[in-house]
Design a protein around this ligand. Structure first.
Ligand code: R1P
Ligand code: URA
Length: 241
């Protein structure tokens, strides 16, 4: 089969197990844990590399920001034969007990994104693969990683005029954190019969100014960077054991 139009890889280059993340540079930090690393493609927001974690080959792909590009990556990875996929993302906390660098294991996601809405009615649930969630939780428990499991909210913009009210609304419903891709990956992944999970590093405290939190992350605040390493190891172990 031919090369996919956005991720620029062909099926024979891609493994059944994949890790995705928003930020292209995070791909490099993920493959630092792999051996026999090969660069596959680097196009727009999509950076792809492949390597070995123990005996298992893993493909790592960045998806950029937001549901549309995450769905493009998922659909093209699916065309290439991917069957299991874990997102290693970042998030902002919606609960005060979640510290910077804690990880959030998404059991399900509120579909406040436009991408998944273009596929299926809003009543269709965005929920993670139960087996992968269990493996992420087990790894975090064994390694004393501060992990919170529950519902996240995926949205399309930080900067809507109602954002603060929306965050407080979802806080009151017990939602743990916000990101921009998990709901779309869970929804479209489910429609394509992929096994999908997500583990997110918290980079913004509840009610903290979002720009300050994201800036800290860009500057690699120690706790965020440590949390990302925890999320990477949890995801690779969940996918490969
Ligand atoms: O760090 P990533 O994986 O990109 O995830 C989060 O960070 C971006 C926003 O700053 C959004 O993509 C959001 O989902
Ligand atoms: O607050 C945040 C931080 C990262 N990503 C989000 O979507 N929200």
């Amino acid at each position: 089969m031919s090369i996919q139009p956005h991720i620029l890889v062909a099926p024979h280059q891609v493994s059944e197990k994949a890790v995705v993340c928003g930020e292209p540079n995070r791909v490099n930090r993920i493959v630092a844990h792999l051996t026999d690393v090969e660069s596959l493609a680097d196009n727009r927001e999509f950076r792809l590399m492949r390597g070995r974690y123990g005996d298992t080959i893993v493909t790592v792909c960045s998806t950029g920001i937001g549901a549309p590009s995450a769905i493009i990556a998922l659909e093209e990875l699916y065309q290439c034969g991917v069957k299991q996929l874990i997102r290693i993302g970042s998030a902002g906390a919606l609960q005060p007990q979640i510290a910077i660098g804690d990880v959030i294991i998404a059991e399900a996601a509120v579909r406040d994104d436009g991408g998944s809405a273009s596929y299926v009615k809003p009543g269709f649930p965005a929920y993670a693969n139960h087996r992968l969630v269990g493996k992420l939780q087990a790894y975090c428990a064994q390694h004393h990683i501060c992990a919170h499991s529950g519902v996240v909210r995926s949205h399309d913009s930080f900067y809507t005029d109602q954002e603060q009210d929306l965050c407080h609304y979802w806080h009151r419903q017990g939602v743990l954190g916000a990101d921009m891709e998990t709901a779309a990956l869970f929804t479209v992944g489910r429609l394509r019969q992929l096994e999908v999970a997500a583990i997110l590093t918290n980079v913004v405290l509840f009610d903290q100014d979002v720009k300050a939190g994201v800036n800290d992350y860009v500057a690699s605040s120690k706790a965020s960077a440590q949390g990302e390493q925890h999320a990477i190891l949890a995801a690779l172990n969940a996918l490969c054991d």
